[in-house]
Design a protein around this ligand. Structure first.
Ligand SMILES: C[S@@+](CC[C@H](N)C(=O)[O-])C[C@H]1O[C@@H](n2cnc3c(N)ncnc32)[C@H](O)[C@@H]1O
Length: 251
């Protein structure tokens, strides 16, 4: 479902989505952003590059802390919002695909947050993300990924759907639908307005286990350095719902 003014080249994040992306609360809450920015600032030791920089939710406040930040972003509609944020005018954004796009410079840290590696829906494409991160890193540089773990433990045999928000009174139902053979899944968002009109957004993703990402990293010449359950650097457990992993360029 897209609006008339949307540019198909902007993928799943066209103008109609970008316009509402920076709303209050959730991932935009100041504590949530500060936790990410603090951890990234600790890991950075020179210029950094954000893959899929979006509207600069993280890149702009990181740049405001004095870290030189570049970004790669597919959607012009999302990227157009970066410069308007405090610190954002210092972020150097290149429009392109993070699987292939090269930017000038050597970086101490490349990071890819907020589940966005899952937007690349093939294993080959995800390996290309790791390879492209490695190309941009100086020796000893770090690649960080933040991504949710698939909710497969909530799937009994014969079932492929996990609801994550059911609020019919509020006019919203959200559910993920998994294909455990291909590791593809869709996130489905059904919204019904008070007048009864509705929208159905179905967004494709691919999940990869942390161990699969370690192999992708090895293919790209990276070795795992950290694996956390969250930005507080707590250890990953069987009940973790996401991971924040960091790999180091070995040469
Ligand atoms: C969930 S948003 C995250 C944006 C930002 N990193 C943040 O944390 O707010 C995902 C972003 O990834 C971008 N994106 C998706 N696939 C991409 C790709 N292959 N190359 C570059 N950007 C991509 C989308 O356009 C969107 O702006």
């Amino acid at each position: 479902m897209s609006d008339e003014g949307d540019d198909p080249a902007d993928g799943w994040f066209p103008e109609s989505v970008a316009a509402g992306y920076d709303g209050p609360g959730g991932a935009n809450a100041s504590e949530a952003v500060a936790a990410v920015v603090d951890a990234l600032a600790d890991l950075a030791d020179g210029p950094v590059l954000e893959f899929a920089v979006g509207t600069g939710r993280i890149a702009a406040p990181l740049a405001a802390r004095g870290v030189p930040v570049s970004g790669i972003e597919l959607s012009r509609a999302m990227a157009a919002r970066v410069a308007g944020k405090p610190g954002g005018d210092a972020v150097d954004v290149t429009i392109g695909d993070m699987t292939t796009t090269r930017v000038a410079g050597e970086f101490s840290l490349v990071y890819l947050v907020f589940n966005t590696i899952s937007n690349v829906t093939t294993q080959d494409g995800q390996v290309d993300v790791f390879r492209n991160a490695a190309v941009h890193l100086r020796p000893g540089g770090l690649f960080l990924v933040e991504v949710g773990l698939p909710d497969l433990r909530r799937l009994p045999p014969g079932q492929d759907t996990v609801p994550f928000a059911v609020d019919p009174g509020g006019g919203y139902v959200g559910f993920d639908q998994y294909d455990v053979v291909t590791q593809e899944f869709t996130s489905n968002h059904v919204t019904v307005a008070p007048d009864g009109t509705g929208t159905f957004r179905r967004i494709p993703f691919r999940y990869a286990w942390p161990a699969e990402m370690d192999l992708m990293a090895r293919i790209a010449g990276l070795r795992r350095k950290h694996r956390w359950a969250d930005w507080d650097r707590s250890p990953l457990t069987a009940d973790s719902t996401k991971h924040v992993s960091v790999w180091e360029k070995t040469n």
